[in-house]
Design a protein around this ligand. Structure first.
Ligand SMILES: [Mn+2]
Length: 348
């Protein structure tokens, strides 16, 4: 089940909330006191920046696993989203010790970059998205699924648990990204999507249609979920996609976006007789977005090639930020997961 701390940051009292939430996430992730303090410092800096430079924003904190069969524990992922004016010169802002204000209490973005296990930031005229991951193993960079998969997950109405979940596993040459949307929302929806995530490491060697069939069995005790499975064969350079139920999938290839269609049904409740699998060639600049129906179906995929080259978690957060607005608030849990080619996560 995906526990999420969704902290709106619109005044200075919320900086403390962001720190407290991050400390709680650190405890959930099993980080020691030092690494928890590192995560809390990063969250404090990002929250302070939201206030100082963007007129407020939102901090979303949840845990992300290294791709199975990893042995190390999860990381605390801190995503900062804003609609501010953007950072004029990101390279300068990321320089260690740089601060825009003499009175700054913040550590500076350069410090975030240095002390996080992974850190990446994308800024444009539409605002800034920053994502930091802090895990226990300070010596090894945490780049999600080797920099290839990342996501963001926001429960409806700041609930503790999201009914959506995403995960990524590796099995030999196969890298499999899963997104599950438990029926409805709340704890029972979180149980259903959590069961899909728990089962994934046992079935990552299978093809997408077989994976979905196994998930159907695993999810029978739950209320069921819509599930999308995208599997990249890294040797053959081919993507296979299959989905059952209402989730969205868009593939970016060669400068354009293609909709990959799921099949009607409910994994764990009403499984279709056949599950169509879509196969597409996967190029070095290919990128796949999976999302739950919390994202409006008419969302417009990003066209900025610079964004698409960022950490997949940054791409996911930017997609989520730009798809929802005050005029069209989300009506459900919202999860976005991104699979990208093997670029390193974070900045050099
Ligand atoms: Mn849902």
């Amino acid at each position: 089940m995906t526990r999420v701390w969704d902290v709106p940051v619109h005044d200075s009292t919320r900086v403390r909330d962001a720190r407290v939430a991050t400390e709680a996430a650190g405890a959930h992730a099993g980080l020691d006191d030092h690494r928890t303090a590192v995560a809390a410092l990063v969250a404090t800096e990002l929250a302070t920046n939201l206030l100082k430079h963007a007129g407020g924003g939102r901090l979303v904190i949840h845990l992300v696993d290294r791709p199975a069969p990893a042995t190390s524990g999860p990381a605390v992922q801190i995503s900062a989203l804003d609609h501010g004016p953007g950072i004029p010169d990101v390279t300068v802002a990321l320089r260690d010790g740089y601060s825009t204000s003499d009175a700054s209490l913040g550590a500076g973005l350069g410090t975030c970059l240095r002390i996080s296990s992974a850190f990446d930031l994308y800024s444009s005229a539409r605002g800034t998205v920053a994502v930091a991951r802090v895990d226990q193993d300070a010596g090894r960079p945490h780049t999600g699924a080797a920099g290839r998969a990342g996501g963001i997950n926001i429960p409806l109405a700041r609930a503790e648990y999201s009914g959506d979940a995403w995960s990524c596993v590796r099995s030999g040459a196969l890298l499999t990204l899963l997104l599950a949307d438990g029926l409805g929302h709340g704890a029972k929806a979180a149980q259903a999507s959590g069961a899909a995530v728990d089962e994934l490491p046992r079935v990552g060697h299978l093809r997408p249609a077989e994976i979905l069939r196994h998930l159907h069995t695993a999810l029978r005790p739950t209320r069921g979920a819509a599930v999308a499975v995208a599997q990249l064969d890294t040797h053959r350079g081919e993507l296979a996609f299959a989905g059952v139920g209402n989730t969205g999938a868009r593939l970016h290839d060669n400068g354009s976006w293609e909709h990959l269609i799921s099949h009607p049904g409910i994994v764990g409740a009403q499984f279709p007789a056949t599950v169509p699998v879509r196969s597409r060639p996967w190029a070095p600049d290919s990128l796949l977005v999976l999302h739950s129906d919390g994202l409006p179906s008419r969302w417009v995929p990003p066209t900025d090639a610079e964004l698409l080259a960022h950490d997949p978690a940054v791409v996911a957060a930017a997609v989520l930020r730009d798809a929802s607005s005050a005029a069209t608030p989300v009506r459900d849990d919202t999860c976005v997961a991104v699979l990208a080619s093997g670029r390193p996560g974070g900045r050099p």
